[in-house]
Design a protein around this ligand. Sequence first.
Ligand code: SF4
Length: 365
Amino acid sequence: MISLYIHIPFCKRKCSYCSFYSLTDFDKEQYIDAIIRCVEYWGKKIKQKTDTVYIGGGTPSVLPPKLVCAIMESVHKNFDIQSGAEITIEANPESCDKDFLSAARSCAINRLSLGVQSFCDAELAAIGRLHTAQDAAEAVYRARALGFDNISCDLIFGLPHQTCVSFCKSLDMLAGLDIEHISCYNLQVEDNTPLADSDVRLPDEDLQEQMYFLACEKLKSRGYLHYEISNYAKPGFQSRHNSGYWTGKDYLGLGPAAHSKIADIRYAFDADIVRFTSKTDFEFDTVQRIDDELFEKLMLGLRTSRGIEMSMLKNGAGLISRLCDAGLAQVKDDMLCLTERGFYVSNSIITEIALAQEKPEQEEQ
Ligand code: SF4
């Protein structure tokens, strides 16, 4: 069983914080023609069953509806999609119109992931988003009316102008819309983005930490499970596609800048749409063996509330016990998982646990 990801590298305009591979001016028909050839190529070659499909971006909702249908027609024709598969498409509120949503429904797409980011117009404008809070709410109502009963929305904390009060308002709005799944990310200021080069003031670290714990508390009180560092879901609505990444399942990513993992090898296409569309076969541009499998498993598993099997750890009993005493981790039924406090500092904890596996002598000191 494999997960399938298809990248749509188009946006109407670049947001000021964005470091993803997406373009504003390329011929969409030419690109979708290449993606369909790529789907055919890999469908024939890999011959695996697929139980999750994710069309992400970029902004897939900028595609004309007929191109969304053309991609899905090719996916259904070339991959053995299992009955009950989770099929997600991403959209942004300003382009998530009735025609796009109807086309998505008509080709069996059953999950919508909407880039809301905030319900405060000043915050949205400050990061160059093209939509308002009202546009986002209307997109959710429209999707519901057209039959989407599994909607995920993205929120960001740590935005310019954001306060705990305005962030609470965004959380309450989403919970009030009865959204099934919420991804809540801390703003990352990446090098070489307009945001990094600007002098706009961002909430300081203490405020960002308060926002993280506000999200934990508020969403839990509204019945959401905090099942991964940045992800919350109503019971039964955890993202099956993303859960596959965290549990080490194989995935095939098609499109420029898309990554794949099959067994213990990572593959990728270059972030170059011209190169991608001119391919005659669709072999990957880079291939890399995963040589630190244990670190990979720790890093992925400890992102989730399920955690990792204690049997994976050969050393570090003292460290684990200190983390548990400090309320950063817990061990239950032979599984080690991080608490919400632990999630917030997970990078340093995971590094410490990994180092303890390599240097047991330090652990005993
Ligand atoms: S919509 Fe998403 S992918 Fe597109 S520019 Fe904004 S953040 Fe980047």
